[in-house]
Write a protein of this length. Structure first.
Length: 251
């Protein structure tokens, strides 16, 4: 695999499992020093150990993004320190795992936590870390959106709301930071082979049957798209929402 990120550093939020962990592994395999972040230290250590065993470089910084501003600012400072004082790539991947629920059954605690993790933390981390990229004239931000951010899904209004916000932020930040050399884009996965989705494969089968790909997306599919948008080959791409959904949104 081409080491296109040699000498660069990256922070991937929510990267102790699932898509985030695969993004961390992929960026590290391509040469980046990756700051792995999440709530569970044992999972973070496992991801770092796996990256190291493959010859990559990674460190773990714990963070509970649902805790709000102080925790987010602490992550920004700790990630910078772990990366040697410079971050080149920010992947805002963290999101709260939500069980599909009717809107009327979503309590305020869940509403606030979903917003804090999926939207507020991305907003605050970008505000804390990206101005330094802009001052240098280079950097990349990749946000984790979703097909639910562009289409309506019954009983998923909360998750869809947070992802629509992420899509909107992506375009606004592209306008804000693009003129200063920082590209901001997003990846919008469809149903992907995470542990949670595989556990509900029977329920999702009819949905997948209606897509051109006829299968779950692989974690590697999403991670490769993130790496592309973070890399120099995407130098003229700003504010894009790249669907990685097997054609779901196309048809």
């Amino acid at each position: 695999m081409e080491r296109q990120f040699d000498g660069r550093t990256a922070l991937v939020t929510g990267s102790t499992s699932g898509i985030g962990a695969e993004v961390a592994r992929t960026l590290a395999a391509r040469g980046a020093l990756v700051v792995v972040s999440g709530r569970r230290a044992e999972r973070g250590a496992a991801v770092v150990e796996e990256i190291s065993a493959r010859g990559g470089k990674a460190v773990f910084v714990p963070a509970d993004l649902a805790a709000g501003g102080t925790a987010v600012r602490g992550l920004a400072d700790a990630a910078l320190a772990a990366a040697g004082g410079r971050l080149d790539i920010l992947v805002n991947n963290a999101a709260l795992l939500l069980t599909p629920s009717p809107t009327a059954e979503v309590d305020e605690e869940t509403l606030d936590a979903a917003y804090a993790v999926s939207v507020k933390s991305a907003f605050q981390l970008t505000g804390a870390l990206v101005p330094a990229m802009a001052a240098r004239g280079s950097g990349a931000v990749v946000n984790m959106g979703s097909v639910t951010g562009t289409s309506g899904w019954a009983n998923s209004a909360l998750y869809s709301m947070t992802k629509a916000a992420v899509h909107s932020l992506t375009k606004s930040w592209a306008a804000e930071y693009g003129p200063h050399g920082v590209r901001v884009n997003a990846v919008a996965p469809g149903p992907t082979a995470t542990e949670e989705n595989l556990a509900n494969a029977d329920q999702l089968a009819p949905l997948l049957a209606g897509t051109p790909a006829r299968r779950f997306g692989r974690l590697e599919d999403v991670a490769a798209a993130v790496a592309f948008l973070a890399g120099d080959e995407a130098a003229h791409i700003h504010g894009a929402i790249l669907p990685v959904d097997g054609g779901f949104t196309a048809v």
